[in-house]
Design a binder for this molecule. Sequence first.
Ligand SMILES: Cc1cc2nc3c(=O)[nH]c(=O)nc-3n(C[C@H](O)[C@H](O)[C@H](O)COP(=O)(O)OP(=O)(O)OC[C@H]3O[C@@H](n4cnc5c(N)ncnc54)[C@H](O)[C@@H]3O)c2cc1C
Ligand SMILES: *[C@@H]1O[C@H](CO)[C@@H](O)[C@H](O)[C@H]1NC(C)=O
Ligand SMILES: *[C@@H]1O[C@H](CO)[C@@H](O)[C@H](O)[C@H]1NC(C)=O
Ligand SMILES: *[C@@H]1O[C@H](CO)[C@@H](O)[C@H](O)[C@H]1NC(C)=O
Ligand SMILES: *[C@@H]1O[C@H](CO)[C@@H](O)[C@H](O)[C@H]1NC(C)=O
Length: 569
Amino acid sequence: MAVDPFNALTSLLFASLLLLSPVVGTGACRKSAASVTKSQWSSLNSTVNGRLVSVVPSALWCQQRGGCTDAEWGSARFRLSNIPGAMDSYNYEQAYDGVGLVCLRNNTANCAEANVPLYSVEAQTVADVQAAVKFAATHNIRLVVKSSGHDFLGRSTAADSLMIRMKNFKTATFVDNFKSASTSMGSAVTVGPGLGAGDLYQLAKAAGKVLVVGSAATVAAAGGYVQGAGHSILSRKFGLAADNAIQFQVVVASGQLLTVNSQSNSDLFWAIRGGGAGSWGVIVSATFRTYGTFNSTIFIQTYAATSHQVAADLMQLHASHIFDYEATRTCQYFYLQKASMTAIPILTLYTIAINQTTPQTTALLAPFQRKALAISGVTLTSNVQVTSDTNDVVFLEDDISGIDLITGSRLIPKETYQNRVSEIGPAYKTLLDLGTLNILGHLVAGGQVAANSDISSAVHPGWRTALVHLLLENPWTDGATITQQNHVATLWNDKQLAAIQKMTGDNGPGAAYSNEAAQVEKSPEETFFGPNYAKLKSIKTKYDPKGLFIVRNGVGSDDWNAQGTCRLH
Ligand SMILES: Cc1cc2nc3c(=O)[nH]c(=O)nc-3n(C[C@H](O)[C@H](O)[C@H](O)COP(=O)(O)OP(=O)(O)OC[C@H]3O[C@@H](n4cnc5c(N)ncnc54)[C@H](O)[C@@H]3O)c2cc1C
Ligand SMILES: *[C@@H]1O[C@H](CO)[C@@H](O)[C@H](O)[C@H]1NC(C)=O
Ligand SMILES: *[C@@H]1O[C@H](CO)[C@@H](O)[C@H](O)[C@H]1NC(C)=O
Ligand SMILES: *[C@@H]1O[C@H](CO)[C@@H](O)[C@H](O)[C@H]1NC(C)=O
Ligand SMILES: *[C@@H]1O[C@H](CO)[C@@H](O)[C@H](O)[C@H]1NC(C)=O
């Protein structure tokens, strides 16, 4: 890999500033975790029964082990079970967003500078979590919480910190009548943050239930997912995950374990449902409503388009048919992707028709399909159809991991699809021409998400008027030059966002789903939290007055430097 001397120098300077940070701006900075003595760490280790482990970046972990196969490296399940320091988007394990010193799979020379914690408490019990929280507070060091390491903003890793890893909290308890305080809440499941959606779906199936959870094997329902709002193939039918959450058990900054529901710590209950991942405390369990299960149908159809213009025409046609799926509250992921800059665009439609049969789904898709195939240059190359228990049609065996990827997103208002369809094709054309490889549409709003606008929670109101969550994924490869990486890093703010704003006609910050968004977002308070920010901040101050739980772009992070190590005000 080519090394840009200027960037390498800047990174070195940065690295030394980081190390010096405890003495800069006395009192306003946290202490370096590396300055905590061996005997202090060893005392924490005894308190947590030997569950304190050293953390290294995933590339170094593999090297020390004598190598990881490609299958292991790319498996989210393998990485989260075995490698405490692993992130799915492993660029976040690197210092400086992959622009400076990096710890690559085939180059581990600079691994000591990478962006991973020093130690992790591999928590097994609530007492372990409490001990770690108190230790970080007492020693005034940076704390991070990780359940799966899925995070698209890199919020579950930080240099020179103590991590609490929740992957061992794997229980799921289904009950017919959950009591929250004295109120009967009906059928529900209480889950630990170590349980990934894939395993949760299978347990739900065995219990004859469904619930609102994400479409990835390892995403943690009771981790970052629900705190961000949580969309699902079932959200148009039953609302967002946050809308379905009825109780949390949370270890807050004081080390206390709180029961958080509509009656107990109700302000925190309001905040934690949509107020952003990682800002409130450590969730040790979350309780969600469940529903009796039923069958659904998934169609996976792949359309190839011969050029950017043909693909843009196809996407405009798609937009003009998006209300075809309204009455049945069908979910659809519509992913327009290019395998490389020179490849042709491919549209993959994952249509999940809730409580619908195969013939019903065929009929639902027919009007779009007929017109799509009439566009010259469009061909249908693959068509897979499965009808089964709803828990099966969303089941993914594993998630792709160990890649370099940054994202950007906006919630697209329903109004855009009603009144601005003619802007949609041109927006796709612009995005493709900019070199965007992955334009991932998620028809997961509208329906019950809109109907739930009366729920009082911190979910961004933009979710209630949206129809689509549009996510752009910008990858690079380990072999990319610094120039190529810098190009990817600036694409969202410099170019892609403008194309989306032109499409929606929105000149303001708009609304975005904080869990799948841009780390480099210019006004994250407004974009991720909208009108809820001021109230969120006052609740944050009440439960976490010293800012123990600070994540990039999270509530209260505006008071800290980018590393979350020094208070700015
Ligand atoms: C392949 C893939 C598919 C996805 N699919 C969906 C989807 O279908 N729907 C959807 O809504 N989102 C989806 N997401 C986004 C997902 O919601 C976010 O990545 C989310 O942050 C994952 O939470 P996590 O706890 O699993 O991840 P982590 O990386 O472990 O944590 C993410 C954030 O949550 C905090 N956190 C984690 N655990 C806890 C805890 N126990 N207590 C307090 N804070 C905690 C962390 O500090 C961090 O800030 C997907 C992501 C990927 C990579
Ligand atoms: C913590 O204690 C366990 C058990 O004694 C030991 O194996 C482990 O190496 C210790 N952790 C650290 C970071 O020293
Ligand atoms: C599924 O559809 C059947 C009728 O086709 C209906 O009776 C049932 O209530 C539906 N279930 C859900 C959860 O919508
Ligand atoms: C659900 O789908 C399964 C698998 O396709 C099928 O065997 C079963 O009969 C279906 N159940 C209902 C109620 O339609
Ligand atoms: C490192 O891996 C990348 C691909 O991930 C490759 O392009 C590059 O040539 C490799 N470098 C070395 C030194 O092997």
